[in-house]
Design a protein around this ligand. Structure first.
Ligand SMILES: Cc1ncc(C[n+]2csc(CCOP(=O)(O)OP(=O)(O)O)c2C)c(N)n1
Ligand SMILES: [Mg+2]
Length: 183
């Protein structure tokens, strides 16, 4: 179950965490703490320092990981998945990261410092760190990563072109796959 720092304050999340523990369910609770719920800073709206600390109240382990660090996230997720598969119940992982964009298209983001996003992009970007670490360790070649970047860009370009070429949805499409089966 994925939720944000804002979503983490919802009662439904607490109920789900409690029941998952009581029923020893193979569940992962992933709190994506990106620092903001719409325009409200999580420093202000989340009462504790770490969302992961709430796990104690629900009898499950909770860890906070650096969401910009691919390897830290993979390690924390692996351990939680291993526990779940071994019948040891749910876990909470708080992934700390940030967002590069506003809450909606056109969000002026006046609630953030003007250089906040640029600083994060320049110094902490996940893909940049992954590239630096794996190429320095000789695990991957820069050329291989460039090729993957190009393939992904091509996939996106193709998807956009296909979507633009598709016929526009009709009024009758408005209610499809909302109250009926997706098949
Ligand atoms: C129960 C409920 N309350 C309020 C909202 C309005 N709302 C939509 S998004 C949002 C903020 C969510 O913040 P977060 O969980 O941090 O997600 P993020 O925006 O960072 O992806 C709010 C309050 C909602 N959709 N549902
Ligand atoms: Mg958020």
């Amino acid at each position: 179950m994925f939720f944000g720092d804002g979503g983490s304050n919802e009662g439904a999340v607490f109920e789900a965490m409690n029941l998952a523990s009581v029923m020893n369910l193979p569940c992962l609770f992933i709190a994506e703490n990106n620092g903001y719920a719409e325009a409200t800073a999580s420093k202000w709206s989340v009462a504790c320092d770490h969302i992961a600390d709430r796990a104690v109240g629900f009898g499950m382990p909770g860890v906070t990981v650096d969401g910009f660090d691919f390897f830290a996230v993979e390690q924390a997720a692996s351990e939680a998945i291993r526990r779940a598969r071994a019948g040891q119940g749910p876990s909470l992982i708080e992934v700390k990261l940030s967002r590069y964009y506003g809450h909606f298209e056109g969000d002026a983001q006046t609630y953030r410092a003007p250089d906040e996003v640029k600083n994060i992009r320049d110094t902490r970007d996940c893909l940049m760190q992954f590239r630096e670490r794996t190429t320095r360790a000789g695990q991957l070649e820069a050329l291989q990563l460039d090729q993957i970047d190009q393939e992904v860009e091509q996939l996106i370009e193709d998807a956009v072109r296909r979507a633009k070429a598709d016929p526009k949805p009709t009024a009758a499409d408005l209610l499809t796959d909302v109250y009926v089966a997706y098949a």
